[in-house]
Design a protein around this ligand. Structure first.
Ligand code: TRP
Length: 345
């Protein structure tokens, strides 16, 4: 063999985050950590999903706008490398809006209303009967995000799994209608630990619940958050036996402490009685300070140069624009749907 064997093309990855506030440890555990690994082996696209953020923040577009740069800074802070990953701003990609309009014809309102993620979110936002149509339909827009980049892999927290499922239903319908597999199905890459609970013990860490630790938190804020963490309410004295299950400090140690053997020893000694909460909290605080300190430092360095961050976003958005426009053209051609250019023929 004289010719070099062409290497198999890299699989594509697409994820996004709504720019509504600083990213936190839940984002890190649920998705960002995986993205840092995937950028070495995959063609990775990351969307600052400002258009999607508008589906429940139409009353506060300024918040969304302000947070675009903040989320970009969080990406750079955790180690997303713009030479390896393409970071793009969703509102700069009109092909995604056009794909959304097309896909809306391949999904029913009943199916949208059945989506468990949407049901939960409608509940949490207290929309009652006044659900913005854009909100109900954002899973279709998210299907456009994912398929616009022909993503094979979507690293997300488990709460997003129903959205990937709905995406793949749309993909199958489009492909069936087209008679050709113009779009790939996507696989959700969900971390095995499930979702990171909030510091208050609630099921999900979320900025709006005020139970999150931002990746940009100051050392004092980290200490404060750990001190306030939910443990075992019946563990009043160090000498009392304590419960490990549902004890947020242990849940976090399971995630953030690499010394598994030591964590198991601590659990045993906590259960038996004789181990105080403060010992555990100090240990966890050390781990979190060590994890977040380099992120905070990188963030501060990039924050000094917003011009760089903006041009990085611009370059990424331009690349993503070309990719998504090509997909839109392919889908239209495969479906035989019109574009203005085809009207005359
Ligand atoms: N829905 C995601 C969230 O709320 C954000 C998002 C937008 C996304 N587009 C995406 C996630 C595409 C994965 C793939 O966090």
């Amino acid at each position: 063999m004289h010719d070099a064997t062409p290497s198999t093309p890299r699989l594509a990855v697409l994820t996004g985050d709504r720019p509504t506030g600083p990213l936190h440890l839940g984002h890190y555990v649920g998705s960002l950590k995986t993205r840092i690994e995937l950028q070495e082996t995959h063609t990775q696209y990351i969307l600052v999903a400002d258009t999607q953020a508008m589906t429940d923040n139409a009353h506060d577009p300024d918040k969304v706008r302000r947070n675009v740069l903040e989320v970009a800074l969080d990406y750079l802070a955790v180690g997303i490398d713009p030479r390896k990953s393409t970071i793009a701003v969703q509102s700069g990609l009109p092909a995604l809006a056009e794909l959304t309009l097309l896909y809306l014809n391949f999904v029913t309102v009943a199916r949208l209303e059945r989506n468990p993620t949407i049901k939960e979110e409608i509940q949490a936002r207290g929309f009652g009967r006044d659900i913005p149509a854009g909100f109900l339909c954002y899973p279709v827009a998210q299907a456009a995000d994912i398929t616009g980049f022909k993503a094979n892999v979507v690293p997300v927290g488990e709460d997003q799994a129903p959205l990937i499922e709905q995406t793949n239903e749309i993909v199958r319908r489009i492909n069936r209608q087209a008679g050709v597999d113009v779009l790939p199905e996507a696989e959700a890459l969900i971390p095995s630990m499930g979702r990171l609970p909030g510091v208050d013990g609630k099921a999900k860490m979320s900025k709006s619940q005020n139970n999150s630790i931002p990746l940009s938190a100051t050392p004092d804020a980290i200490r404060e958050a750990v001190r306030s963490m939910y443990t075992d309410p019946n563990h009043l004295r160090a000498s009392d036996p304590g419960t490990v299950e549902g004890n947020v400090v242990f849940t976090y140690l399971d995630v953030f402490d690499d010394d598994r053997a030591e964590v198991e020893r601590l659990k045993a000694s906590y259960r038996a009685g004789g181990l105080g909460d403060m010992v555990l909290k100090n240990r966890l605080e050390d781990k979190l300070q060590a994890l977040i300190a380099p992120m905070r430092e990188r963030r501060e360095r990039f924050a000094e140069d917003p011009g760089y961050v903006f041009s990085m976003l611009k370059a990424g958005t331009d690349r993503a624009k070309a990719v998504t426009q090509r997909t839109l053209d392919e889908v239209r051609t495969a479906l035989g749907t019109f574009s203005f250019a085809s009207v005359r023929s």
